[in-house]
Design a protein around this ligand. Structure first.
Ligand code: ZN
Length: 255
């Protein structure tokens, strides 16, 4: 896809995430991004509302420049602002989101193409409770596993922006080492959830299923607690997915 097409798809994803009665984000909450596959990506600009955002609400960013800052010493607020400006391919675009570093990491470390971050009410009911991300660490039903994967990535509460991105980088690398594949979901305690998609539709689907997952947990907790699936059943669903994936790859190669 060309940059312009990627941006159009990203606008679609952003507006879908902002649909009011989904309760995923309000006001200027949340952000989205999309990889152009040429060393640049689009990211939501600061202050724009996802529900009404248009192409003008995004900024084009150089991935390499952004990520180089994460390898250096910690940046203060002023330095973060300057780093974000310096990462812009087009200086005329609006100021990128402070979570631009996090989005660049999801693309570079995990190969994600479309990324969505929300503060869903349902998810934050759990992440802002004394249980934190713990209720999400087991699997509860096949569709949750199919859409969201059998193991989420998790970071504790960290100051949003540069410091959060450093923690996310470490967690994504740990996750890839342990699981050998990227996560579909990243939970950030006392903050919200990030979905990593190969397509815009997948990034949205993961957000919607995570919302449903959280609602089920919130319902099950007071009714005697959560009945998690056992490992063999989880593996059975996951291995079916592997089969599907291999099949899809084979089909692709034939064309
Ligand atoms: Zn956030």
């Amino acid at each position: 896809m060309k940059r312009e097409e990627v941006l159009e798809t990203l606008v679609w994803l952003s507006q879908e995430l902002g649909v009011e009665d989904r309760n995923l984000v309000i006001l200027g909450e949340g952000n989205t991004s999309a990889d152009n596959g040429d060393g640049t990506f689009w990211v939501k600009a600061s202050g724009y509302e996802l529900s009404s955002i248009d192409k003008e609400g995004f900024s084009l960013i150089d991935i390499g420049t952004t990520l180089a800052y994460l390898e250096g010493p910690p940046l203060d607020d002023q330095a973060v602002s300057e780093a974000l400006r310096a990462s812009q391919v087009e200086p005329s675009h609006p100021k990128p989101s402070v979570e631009t570093f996090l989005h660049a990491l999801c693309i570079k470390e995990c190969g994600a193409k479309f990324i969505a971050h929300s503060h869903a009410v349902s998810v934050n009911q759990i992440l802002c409770s004394t249980l934190g991300a713990e209720p999400f660490l087991g699997n509860i039903c096949p569709d949750q596993i199919v859409v969201c994967g059998s193991a989420p990535a998790v970071v504790p509460y960290i100051d949003p922006g540069f410091h959060l991105a450093v923690a996310v980088r470490d967690e994504l690398r740990r996750y890839m080492d342990v699981h050998g594949n990227p996560p579909k979901v990243l939970f950030m305690v006392n903050h919200g959830v990030v979905s990593l998609g190969k397509t815009a539709k997948e990034a949205l689907n993961i957000q919607l299923m995570t919302d449903k997952w959280a609602k089920i947990l919130v319902g099950a907790l007071p009714i005697g607690g959560i009945q998690y699936m056992d490992e063999a059943d989880v593996l059975r669903i996951s291995s079916r997915l592997d089969e599907k994936y291999r099949q899809a790859l084979l089909e692709k190669q034939e064309h």
